[in-house]
Design a binder for this molecule. Structure first.
Ligand SMILES: C[S@@+](CC[C@H](N)C(=O)[O-])C[C@H]1O[C@@H](n2cnc3c(N)ncnc32)[C@H](O)[C@@H]1O
Length: 225
């Protein structure tokens, strides 16, 4: 009888992103704050959140006529809830249905709408500016590629990514889920290969160096056209 040579070989089958993200919240894989949904320290630590809100609020308030923002992968909305007031409309999107149902009950404002969508496969709401905060870092390159294809229709992108300290090889592929590229000494850089996302201008808004050599959280404003 022929032996199956690959019997003991470990193969990693990608889990659907929706299931992976649901599990993150159900099992508090990004920690907990005694809250039903918790998007992690990056969404709550005052030293990370405060400067981010200052920089992004100032950008949004710089427009004579408030603009429409699409917050893609809005998470527990600890960040987004502070930005709504500076916009004309605020569309907050996440892949986890239970999280979106919770946010719809918790935050009610006329200009604020929540959508449960997979931003990699579904059509996005339209707007002037995309906020993508610590989302791409969790997704495989094919999903990042699909998302970037839709971002060319927005004038501005405010992208936040957790990156390794120092120099690194960008955009190594990972399976989508709780983890990020930092374990491979990599991180997302959308204007680098294989994405080569085309922009008119790139401006770093802020960066936070994390303690214990845990990397750096960088927020970049891209003007697309
Ligand atoms: C680390 S959290 C960041 C949350 C929020 N942006 C913040 O900075 O506080 C990443 C979020 O992206 C969402 N997400 C991941 N993949 C997604 C996808 N394909 N479509 C929509 N949301 C997604 C997750 O469910 C999670 O809520």
């Amino acid at each position: 009888m022929k032996k199956n040579k690959n019997k003991n070989k470990k193969t990693k089958n990608p889990w659907p992103t929706k299931e992976a993200m649901k599990q993150v919240y159900e099992m508090n894989l990004w920690g907990t704050n005694n809250a039903q949904f918790y998007s992690g320290e990056g969404s709550h630590h005052p030293e990370i959140v405060r400067p981010y809100l200052t920089a992004v609020s100032s950008f949004l308030m710089g427009f004579k006529k408030p603009i429409t923002v699409c917050d893609l992968g809005c998470g527990d909305f600890n960040i987004g809830k502070e930005l709504v007031k500076h916009t004309d409309n605020y569309f907050a999107v996440d892949i986890v249905p239970e999280l979106i149902a919770h946010l719809q009950l918790t935050y009610k404002e006329e200009k604020l709408k929540f959508f449960c969508l997979d931003i990699s496969t579904d059509d996005l709401p339209t707007g002037d500016c995309v906020i993508l905060r610590q989302v791409l870092q969790h997704l495989s390159n094919i999903e990042v590629h699909n998302i970037l294809n839709k971002l060319k229709y927005f004038k501005f992108i405010i992208l936040t990514e957790h990156l390794p300290n120092g120099s690194f090889t960008p955009n190594k592929n990972i399976l989508s889920g709780q983890g990020i590229r930092i374990k491979k000494q990599s991180g997302i850089k959308i204007i680098a290969p294989p994405f080569n996302f085309q922009v008119k201008e790139e401006k770093q808004l802020l960066s936070n160096k994390l303690s214990e050599n845990k990397g750096i959280i960088v927020t970049t404003l891209y003007t697309v056209f």
